[in-house]
Design a protein around this ligand. Sequence first.
Ligand SMILES: Cc1cc2nc3c(=O)[nH]c(=O)nc-3n(C[C@H](O)[C@H](O)[C@H](O)COP(=O)(O)O)c2cc1C
Length: 357
Amino acid sequence: MDLVTALARARTPEVPGPDTPAGPAVRAWPGPPRPIPDAGPGELDLQELLRLSLAASDRSGRLRPAASAGALHPVDAELVLGAGCPLPPGRYGYDPLRHRVHRLGREPDGTPPGATVELSVTPRRTVSHYGHRAWPLMLLDTGHVAAALWLAGRALGTGASRPRLDGLAEDPLAEVHVALPEGERPDSGAELLARRSAPPPLKGTPPRDVLRAVLATAVQASAGELAWCAAVGEPQPELVEPAPDGTLRRLAAGEARPTLAVWAAGQAWIADAGAVLLAYGCPADADAPGIRRAHLRAGFAAHLAHLAAVRHGLAARPVGSWQRADLGAALGAPPGRDWIVHGLALGTTHSDEEKTS
Ligand SMILES: Cc1cc2nc3c(=O)[nH]c(=O)nc-3n(C[C@H](O)[C@H](O)[C@H](O)COP(=O)(O)O)c2cc1C
């Protein structure tokens, strides 16, 4: 698979063909499924780590702690366990539907204590609906899952978890190392399990300070890999971006949301969203590692921004399918430099509230 060609094609207006079968929702791991034992004192609570990040909460497997384009969940996880886990050290495949593991073999020499979760994808699942548009979505999905694991590690009070999102390897695409717990567990993780993509419409302009806080979360989590801005409607339609002094400043005047709706596969509801956060960069001449890095980071940052938005009382929904979305060119800069890579639509009203009011 040539990722450079795949991304260039995904960015064209070409429409995917009819759906094809998605195949099984879980990789066919060999050997018997094993339950994950309870953690002993000082051990990593692997059961809870996986429940808060990867486990499906419905039988179809669509409902999970991390968002996924089309709820197709292409990301598979292998666990490389070192010392301090409730299972013997080794390599395991994770079944998110049954919340069980399959032992695959020995751990590599030098495996650190705790768990390293390696993420890869089964393209067939996402290709089944998105066809040639699938690759950027699968990379974004992997970034969302990496963020879910990172947050789950934090909720368990483990030492600094390290995501590897450098884009250098094709398989695994990314990994998150979760260290052993340090003292008390700080958090129930309930907000991680409660995350959902709010169903459109997502109306209502978020307050300026909330928008600034959510953008700041996204910028920080992007580690300089991408730039972020937000399209807002009322009271004054404009594109804003975080300024170095922590405030928001105008990037461009005027209404951007109808154009964004066209660029996002014609999803009309985006024209009425309260705000649309946009991650952009990943130029047309980016190589495969650069493409992977930009999309993994965008997914990671959008997931953290999604949870930050919910914490501030907003409704949020990721928007990952973009065509012809050369934001830089639309703003008068040279073409091909600043493509929209990912988005997060925000609103102040929740549709269930609307129903009851
Ligand atoms: C990478 C990515 C791209 C997405 N793109 C869109 C989109 O373009 N439009 C949309 O309505 N939802 C989009 N979503 C949201 C998914 O439809 C949603 O995550 C999925 O249905 C599962 O629901 P949940 O997030 O509530 O668990 C996207 C999610 C991800 C992770």
